[in-house]
Design a protein around this ligand. Structure first.
Ligand code: ADP
Ligand code: MG
Length: 831
């Protein structure tokens, strides 16, 4: 007969899908026991009871009755007795929230001992010392968790030293219990109740309370878990890993959580209770060596079945009692980024897990982490211990790099181009340092925060970067880098950790980027295949092309002014423009020449992939010197509108046409002009197309709400369109685009909760209707290739939204090709 239940349910009767009420632990135990795995009997007290307790400070009416009614059912079914013999029933009372919070809340083991049951247990097992061990363990846990005693009030070793297996049970029990009680009373004037039922209610209440311990609250805050969910409580029959030599406990993962390698991976400790392993008092052994073959085989079988059923890598707690295996917990395993990637790739290859499910546990940041080469971990530890840390600034762009320190951009370019690994150290960077930053492996600045120019550009370039290292001074007079007392000459080797912000003397051995590993590339290409999208990567140098294609890009985007700036020709071009008095009346041959010269090697490297080239624009560029822009637009006001100086556009078209011919490029190439917002502009732009190569076309970047409004007309007049999402967002917020990258006043705004979306990182819902409109118009004009240009780190939500709208072309910064591919794969798997 089932007891009438409102707050409790047995493992057999629970619906394992109801994680909200059962908590993760209760749901997992229900699932395992229902699929026939050996799980010690038990029941779950729902999170609803906990919420009631947290609200009112009292247990809900009727809960105690239910707790005991369920206990009677357990006792009857198992033939054991709670609080008595001949075979006593002992319990564990375990916390288990709907969201995994490993180790954050409390669990009490070995509950239900009074004199009668202790004596019966010693007689049933023939081992008085075992019984005494349980009494001591129970006092220690109950004392700490329910009574609030200090953790090490009981000297367990001392208490047990006097007991041997063959002692008289009653006398031993009295001795140990009294000693425990005295120690607890001295500490806190409280003692453990003798009555097992009272123990049980005390333990349940303590587990409810443990929802609100400081560590649990901190953990929830860090992970954004709401504070009002409450925990469920699992009440379960104990099994004993500390009973005999053929007993023990351990934890096993269905795959290696560090590397993702298939096959079970875990540990076992003979003669132990699970807490011993976690506390690290004794060192467990690898399962394959330590478990008896029959138990190991059963464990492996169960792991494989559970993994298949859950479609995820699992973390399983188990105990062996006299060679019989029991399952005590199952949950999704926490894993390193490397393991996450490997596991998802293997799941897709094995075909046993649905793509949406296989991809779900991998985060975009994990792909970013796996892509980066890193310092050898042991050497890093040693370096810290040996005091090689020179200073610590703000880690602005992750990545671990070593190189010779160089103090200005020109030298960085010179030495970098010569093949030397270089770290550019500046007091502060400006847009004039771009070529040096591109040539460097890492960037270090004395001033600036994580939204400073150096930081923003470094992230766009994917360069390891430490900013705001306040102790350093870059002395370009004496060519030294001064760090407190230490003086490094330009050319000495240093290392940066752009994640932690540390700066080290000397170099490090790096481990190969895991991007080279098969797992990441197979995962990302599977994701791209599923999504069927064209992913364009931003490149600047011919040498960028090969890595971009290797990373999975199907196309490339670049900009005329970036390419000319990198080769050092932009300044000359601007100077020449400023000196000319006859601009507008003659063809700007020197522009065409520069474009032809600099794009020939880039297009040669690109081969037959599509290349999008953004035309020079002096209007609202965010990456060029303000001064140049101001001087030019003052002298040539017509430069303040996209097509004000058609000759400049024509010259670039002509230069690109020559570069296509000279490079033997076979791919499509287009020149796209920013800030076009009118169908008439698009038509005028199209009319500029000369009789160049057939692969060359012109297009536009849409950057304003007006462009979106006119999108249908513009699409009708264009071969290629890119919507530059950051510019559109800036327009919607009424903030200048360059401010969107660096605007520090927004930090305060975000902290005070006065903006629903951080326009620097997210995409605001106010753009939704505009994005939908652009996507719909593009669908009506299939001859026009429409894509989205996303700046900085892409967000999974934004990509999912765009994919759903039907967008299939994307352009991103080089390092974001991988994360974008994953996000697209996830979006495609969901639909
Ligand atoms: P946590 O949520 O911190 O993992 P658990 O409730 O899983 O805490 O308990 C910790 C350990 O106690 C488990 O790993 C297991 O070894 C042991 N344990 C819990 N319940 C039982 C039980 N019924 N029998 C034997 N050992 C148990
Ligand atoms: Mg556990």
């Amino acid at each position: 007969m089932k007891p009438h239940t409102r707050f409790t349910v047995t493992f057999e009767d629970a619906d394992p899908g109801d994680v909200g009420l059962l908590g993760g632990k209760g749901a997992g135990l229900a699932r395992m026991s229902q699929r026939g795995l050996r799980v010690p009997a038990g029941y779950v007290i729902s999170t609803e009871a906990c919420r009631h307790y947290l609200r009112t400070g009292a247990m809900p009416d009727g809960l105690a009755d239910e707790v005991f009614a369920q206990l009677d059912v357990m006792a009857k079914r198992s033939g054991k007795t709670f609080g008595g013999g001949p075979v006593p029933l002992l319990l564990s009372v375990r916390s288990g929230a709907p969201v995994s919070m490993p180790g954050m809340m409390d669990t009490i083991l070995n509950l239900g001992l009074d004199r009668d049951s202790a004596v019966a247990l010693a007689e049933a097992t023939g081992d008085t010392r075992f019984m005494a061990d349980l009494v001591v363990r129970f006092h220690a846990m109950y004392g700490e968790i329910v009574l609030g005693a200090f953790a090490d009030v009981l000297d367990t070793e001392d208490l047990l030293a006097t007991v041997s297996p063959s002692d008289d049970p009653g006398a031993a029990y009295d001795r140990v219990w009294t000693a425990c009680a005295r120690a607890l009373e001295e500490d806190g004037d409280q003692s453990v109740p003798q009555d097992p039922r009272e123990q049980l209610l005390g333990a349940v209440e303590a587990v409810f309370r443990s929802w609100n311990t400081r560590r649990a609250r901190t953990y929830r805050e860090f992970h954004g878990i709401p504070h009002d969910m409450g925990t469920a409580v699992v009440v379960q029959a104990m099994v004993f890993g500390n009973l005999s030599d053929d007993s023990g406990s351990g934890v096993v993962f269905t795959r290696d959580p560090a590397t993702g390698e298939p096959g079970i991976f875990g540990e076992y400790l003979a003669r132990s209770q699970g807490e011993d392993v976690v506390a690290g008092i004794r060192t467990p052994h690898p399962v394959r060596k330590a478990l008896p073959p029959a138990v190991l085989a059963e464990l492996e079988r169960a792991c494989a079945e559970l993994e298949r059923e859950h479609g995820d890598v699992l973390d399983i707690e188990y105990t062996v009692e006299r060679s019989t295996l029991y399952f005590l917990q199952v949950r999704s395993a926490k894993r390193t980024p490397e393991a996450a990637v490997r596991i998802a790739a293997d799941f897709l290859a094995e075909g046993t897990v649905a793509p949406a499910k296989a991809l779900a546990p991998v985060g975009l940041d994990q792909v970013r982490q796996v892509q980066r080469p890193g310092f050898d971990a042991a050497e890093l530890e040693r370096a810290r211990a040996e005091g090689r840390v020179l200073t610590t600034g703000i880690g602005a762009c992750p990545g671990q790099v070593s190189g010779v320190v160089v103090l200005d951009a020109d030298r960085a370019k010179e030495r970098g181009d010569a093949g030397e690994p270089v770290i550019l150290a500046r007091q502060v960077t400006s847009p004039a340092d771009l070529h040096g930053m591109i040539a460097a492996r890492g960037v270090l600045t004395a001033t600036g925060g994580s939204t400073s120019h150096a930081a923003v550009v470094a992230r766009a370039l994917g360069k390891a970067c430490v900013v705001g290292a306040a102790d350093i001074r870059v002395d370009t007079g004496s060519r030294t880098l001064v760090i407190g007392e230490r003086v490094l000459a330009e050319g000495e080797e240093i290392s940066l950790d752009g994640g932690s912000g540390e700066v080290f003397t000397g170099g490090f051995a790096t481990t190969a980027p895991a991007a080279a590993s098969g797992a990441l590339s197979s995962l990302l290409s599977a994701a791209r295949r599923a999504a069927g999208c064209a992913v364009f990567s931003r490149v600047t140098l011919p040498g960028d092309v090969e890595p971009a294609l290797a990373a999975g890009a199907g196309g490339l985007v670049t900009a005329v002014d970036d390419v000319l700036a990198t080769s050092g020709h932009l300044d000359a071009l601007v100077r020449e423009l400023l000196e000319r008095r006859d601009v507008g009346s003659v063809r700007l041959d020197f522009v065409a020449d520069a474009v032809a010269r600099e794009f020939t090697p880039l297009l040669a490297a690109a081969g037959d992939v599509e290349v999008g080239v953004r035309a020079i624009d002096f209007v609202a560029d965010d990456s060029r010197e303000h001064l140049q822009q101001t001087a030019l637009t003052t002298q040539y006001p017509q430069l303040a509108v996209p097509l004000g100086l058609p000759e400049l556009v024509e010259a670039q078209i002509e230069g690109l046409g020559r570069a296509i011919r000279d490079s033997g490029s076979r791919g499509r190439v287009h020149l796209a002009l920013r800030h076009v917002s009118d169908p008439a502009e698009a038509a005028a732009l199209r009319a500029l197309r000369p009789d160049g190569p057939a692969t060359l076309s012109v297009g536009a970047y849409l950057t304003s709400p007006r462009a979106v409004y006119n999108c249908a007309g513009i699409a009708a007049e264009s071969d290629v369109l890119w919507l530059e999402v950051r510019f559109l967002q800036a327009a919607m917020f009424g903030i200048a685009p360059r401010e969107l990258l660096t605007a520090q006043p927004l930090d305060g705004y975000m902290r005070r909760g006065m903006l629903g979306t951080d326009p620097r990182t997210g995409v605001d819902p106010s753009l939704d209707p505009l994005l939908a409109q652009v996507a719909a118009q593009a669908a009506d004009h299939p001859a026009c290739r429409l894509g989205m240009r996303l700046s900085g780190a892409v967000s999974e939500q934004v990509v999912a939204r765009l994919y759903e709208l039907g967008v299939r072309r994307f352009a991103v910064d080089a390092d974001e090709v991988g994360p974008l591919s994953l996000a697209l794969g996830k979006a495609a798997a969901k639909t």
